[in-house]
Design a protein around this ligand. Structure first.
Ligand SMILES: NC(=O)c1ccc[n+]([C@@H]2O[C@H](COP(=O)([O-])OP(=O)(O)OC[C@H]3O[C@@H](n4cnc5c(N)ncnc54)[C@H](O)[C@@H]3O)[C@@H](O)[C@H]2O)c1
Length: 452
């Protein structure tokens, strides 16, 4: 049964992608899109660009690329901008991040050096291991939010953009919990006027974006838009939001492997995850209050897949430990080790060892692109508030209050694909597949009858 197609506005004109934070992830993202435009590299890892989606029955040859199925902004129509506490342009910042080969950065230099960060809203209380000076000043946090809104307005008109999206690619902030000032929009705005210390810079960016009707995604584990005040504002302004913390590296592997162990009803006794990384992100996470934010975001991933209440014999006593160590010689090339103690038939013990030599920003960059394109699409489709169908991209997916997050990457993908099918008026795919055999039964019965 086909579903009514939702009315989706076309992706006409330019889409501006604004990133608070123009460090390793943001510069790798921008350089990759520019390289794809010039056909110097492929946008590998981006589901919107490289992924396909099955439509209709398995016997139908309908497997278009997602970008050909859904009306997304094209790579040629993207414009980039953002903010950073350092004044380096994107060419300089990409060289400093050392993710992309120098030759490639040089090939993109004319475009990259045109992109210069705007002055940041920054508070050292939230990121003590950075000391940039390219920062805004203002009497109150509300004044800073208004300055950001003015930046957004200026960027949109200077670059002749039709629409904008914002993706947080700045450093992980110190750990905070939801408190009274975050509970409602009124309390939050009062807090902005009173310089409430519990309002983090990332929240000021999110507030400015939503007030301007700009969809917002949070790539770091800070609360940012995952507070009631921001969800209220997103609904009020009819803007989609999503978060938090890009799912890359070790957590990506975890949410690929864990569903497999769970699917075969294998038990898990312990999961020890250790990793070393040496980029600026690693330096920020070297501060315990910033590491705590990351630890909480990474830590809940297994709980959502191995349910101790439902299967206590298998998952009632998992010891899950995560370590992140700052190790400058490795730069952005993060190395992770996982030791997984599992048990099978009659309780016999086994071990799985994973040693992932990844490149953090190479895995994160396509996520920035997909989130920007999908959030813009969601807004044109009239969706607002929390976009749980984008959980696929996050370590700690934001969900409706009280709704447990889905961490299994395969279930997240099904949800994303079915959301696209639903919005485009295609049949949802349940993988039941009995109809193939019903047709076969009919043919078979007719054959038997003809034979008799
Ligand atoms: N690389 C990954 O795989 C990955 C995965 C998940 C999450 N993340 C998160 O993405 C974020 C970016 O990672 P990265 O490797 O690019 O880090 P990075 O340190 O290279 O870049 C972050 C940039 O943000 C800037 N910044 C800090 N506070 C700011 C503020 N208030 N306003 C504007 N700019 C600010 C810093 O100066 C820096 O240039 C981090 O929070 C990281 O934890 C990264």
């Amino acid at each position: 049964m086909a579903i009514k197609k939702i009315d989706i506005k076309p992706a006409s004109g330019k889409l501006g992608i604004l990133t608070p934070g123009m460090g390793a992830v943001a510069t790798t993202f921008i350089a990759g899109v520019l390289a794809a435009r010039k056909e110097l590299a492929l946008p590998i890892g981006s589901l919107t660009q490289m992924g396909t989606i099955r439509l209709g029955k398995r016997t139908e040859p309908r497997n278009p690329r997602i970008k050909d199925f859904v009306p997304l902004a094209g790579l040629d129509n993207l414009v980039f901008g953002g903010w950073d506490v350092y004044a380096d342009n994107v060419y300089e910042a990409a060289l400093q991040a050392k993710v992309i080969d120098r030759g490639m950065v040089e090939a993109l230099k004319p475009e990259l050096e045109q992109i210069k960060p705007m002055k940041a809203v920054f508070d050292k209380a939230y990121v003590r291991n950075l000391d940039g000076t390219h920062i805004k000043s203002g009497e109150t946090k509300m004044e800073l939010a208004e300055q950001l809104m003015e930046d957004i307005r200026q960027f949109k008109s200077t670059n002749n953009c039709d629409r904008l999206v914002m993706v947080w690619c700045a450093s992980t902030e110190a750990y905070t919990e939801v408190s009274a000032v975050h509970e409602s929009l009124d309390a939050f705005e009062e807090g902005l006027r009173n310089n409430d210390p519990r309002i983090a810079p990332s929240m000021i960016y999110a507030y400015a974006a939503l007030k301007m009707g700009v969809p917002f995604a949070n790539g770091a584990p800070n609360l940012t838009c995952d507070i009631p005040a921001m969800v209220e504002l997103a609904h009020l302004m009819r803007v989609p939001v999503g978060g938090k913390d890009f799912k890359t590296g070790q957590t990506l592997m975890k949410t690929i492997v864990a569903p497999g162990l769970h699917a075969r009803a294998l038990g898990v006794q312990g999961w020890f995850s250790s990793n070393i990384l040496g980029n600026r992100d690693g330096a920020v996470l070297d501060a315990p209050e910033n590491f705590k934010t990351k630890e909480v975001s990474k830590g809940n991933v297994l709980d959502g897949i191995f349910d101790a209440d439902l299967q206590p014999e298998l998952y009632g006593d998992i010891y899950h430990k995560i370590r992140i160590n700052y190790y400058p010689p490795h730069g952005d090339n993060k190395e992770s080790w996982d030791n997984i103690d599992i048990f099978g038939w009659m309780g016999y013990k086994m071990q799985v060892k994973i040693n992932f030599l990844c490149r953090d920003s190479i895995l994160a960059a396509p996520i920035v692109l997909d989130l920007a394109l999908f959030l813009d699409f969601a807004q044109r489709a009239g969706m607002r508030g929390i976009q749980e169908w984008l959980s696929f991209y996050f370590k700690a997916p934001q969900t409706a209050p009280g709704l447990p997050a889905q961490h299994d990457i395969f279930k997240q993908l099904s949800k994303l694909e079915n959301t696209l099918r639903y919005l485009m008026g295609e049949d949802l795919i349940t993988h039941l597949g009995m109809d193939y055999y019903e047709e076969f039964e009919k043919e078979y019965a007719a054959l038997l009858q003809a034979d008799a």
